[in-house]
Design a protein around this ligand. Sequence first.
Ligand code: NAD
Ligand code: IPM
Ligand code: MN
Length: 350
Amino acid sequence: MPLIAVLPGDGIGPEVTTQARRVLEALDLGLTFEEAPVGGAAYMVSGRPLPEETLALAKRADAVLFGAIGDPRFEGLERRLRPEAALLGIRRELGLFANIRPATLFPALANASTLKPEVVAGLDIVVVRELTGDVYFGEKGHRQNAEGLRQGFDVMSYDEAEVERIAIVGFEMARRRKKKLCSVDKANVLETSQLWRDVVNETSLQYPDIALTHMYVDNAAMQLVRRPTDFDVIVTGNLFGDILSDQASMCAGSIGMLPSASLRAWSGDNGMYEPIHGSAPDIAGQGKANPCAAILSAAMLLRHSLNDEASAQRIEKAVSAALDKGARTADLGGSLSTQAMGDAVLAELV
Ligand code: NAD
Ligand code: IPM
Ligand code: MN
């Protein structure tokens, strides 16, 4: 019986994860669930955002269903004690270097985006974001510079192996789709990006069937709102991928719609699955959060870690059908609660 580690986290994390778990349970796949605290919730009970037992559970499980972390009350703590350290720690400790963030517009949501419906119609992008390197994991700190001024620093770097393995994920993803890969970097300014671009080009020799383009990240941000449907697969570094995926989410109607998979192998391994959004302190505890990103993350879990494409599609079709019938949380212009949105999806599961 596959074991799913459920790490609800903070803010709206538990609210949306509850709905995702309900959907998984309703499929009756014989899954077992074990829950553990993470982030601010774990800090409250143990003084650490990522207790050893939580990490051990994540490692032992066949897949991890993650909610969200982040709590304004802990922003002043030293960095290793903040909720975010737990998420970064799990990614690093499990070696989850490949973050797959699909931005797909469900047809019923064409009017939910702040962009014109004709601009987003047919949107179907995948952002492949590198997740265990870049400026996120380099040396960082505060120091005094030569003028005696306080200075903060974060070192950005990638080695060629790190770039090659994520480039391969991008090419493989493109091969299964429209065979278009856009690598996003800032090679006009950054040496990290120059190496990135060189290695992506070298890797492309193994993928003559894929049309590879390169784009600077500033231009990519602009093109994502100008003609988002021109993109198929985007492969990019940790920082740029973080930013561009939040932006892409609005093309799909709401950040509350975007799931993700964090993987350490192309498929079939114990990945982590989570919405791309955070703990949303501004709406936490009010039952307003859209659970679709979490529910769709559960679908990705079935697809990538349990090799159950049929069940993944059952979930995705149920979300689509619920939206077709007009089910909408507030972020989509409706008034359903988190729970009622979960009910609406459950009602469409066939
Ligand atoms: P956020 O994604 O939490 O929220 C941004 C905005 O989107 C807010 O207005 C929020 O209400 C809205 N929103 C997000 N998810 C929603 C949903 N499911 N339904 C409806 N509306 C939704 O980003 P933030 O406000 O910049 O960060 C809040 C905290 O979350 C911070 O502590 C941050 O570090 C953390 N964070 C965690 C993750 C994660 O756990 N993966 C991701 C991003 C941010
Ligand atoms: C995300 C989040 C995280 C990130 C933070 C909370 C560490 O924004 O998962 O997108 O920057 O990766
Ligand atoms: Mn983010």
